[in-house]
Write a protein that binds this ligand. Structure first.
Ligand SMILES: *[C@@H]1O[C@H](CO)[C@@H](O)[C@H](O)[C@H]1NC(C)=O
Ligand SMILES: *[C@@H]1O[C@H](CO)[C@@H](O)[C@H](O)[C@H]1NC(C)=O
Ligand SMILES: *[C@@H]1O[C@H](CO)[C@@H](O)[C@H](O)[C@H]1NC(C)=O
Length: 177
């Protein structure tokens, strides 16, 4: 292979690895990506929903507050910034999809923190979405004022409320394209 061809190949490689935001939008809008609308980000992103295209990934061993901060600092390094937050769940379908994360990521997680936290008397999603779906375990959320953050049990999909600080486990971050 000539060195010129090699340079072209490398350039193509870099282009493929780092699609521009416009390329991603275009691909999504042209509907070519269907259920794989998050694949352009690389292996760690999973598709939660396609309309809108919600992408998520699962990380390990942080407490809720650390996870909250870690999601926000995980901006995609492809020349543009994305708003990334702890995940919000809007339907039983999404809840089910996240449950499958235990075997679609390399992390072996039994529970994941989600972006639901208690503000005053109300449970609210950290990304500002309205709370339209919940899947609390019977008896939850309990009224313990210290249990201000929500955790999803991957084995049955039920949510419990637990302390936001000091309990480390897996967590899921999301972005919407
Ligand atoms: C993932 O794990 C669940 C529960 O353990 C199991 O029912 C399901 O078949 C697994 N899915 C895959 C793709 O391995
Ligand atoms: C949330 O609900 C309120 C009241 O129903 C509504 O006005 C608002 O547009 C909703 N916000 C979003 C982001 O859907
Ligand atoms: C998760 O749910 C399963 C099934 O209900 C239960 O056996 C297990 O104890 C739960 N895990 C935790 C940590 O609560």
């Amino acid at each position: 292979m000539s060195s010129k061809n090699l340079v072209c190949l490398l350039a193509l490689f870099i282009l493929l690895l780092e699609p521009s935001f416009e390329q991603i939008k275009e691909a999504i809008q042209s509907n070519k990506l269907d259920d794989d609308c998050c694949n352009l980000f690389g292996i760690q992103w999973l598709t939660l929903s396609t309309n809108p295209c919600k992408c998520y990934w699962v990380g390990t061993q942080l407490d809720w507050f650390e996870a909250y901060n870690n999601c926000a600092s995980g901006d995609y390094d492809g020349g543009f910034e994305l708003l990334i937050t702890l995940i919000s769940i809007d339907s039983a379908f999404e809840n089910q999809k996240i449950r499958m994360s235990s075997n679609t990521t390399s992390a072996s997680c039994t529970q994941v923190f989600i972006g639901l936290t208690k503000k005053g008397n109300d449970w609210t999603w950290v990304n500002g979405e309205n709370l339209t779906y919940t899947n609390w375990r019977s008896g939850y959320p309990d009224n313990n004022i210290l249990n201000g953050c929500a955790l999803l049990n991957l084995s049955d999909g039920k949510w419990t409320n637990v302390p936001c600080i000091g309990l480390s486990t897996c967590y899921a971050c999301e972005t919407i394209l």
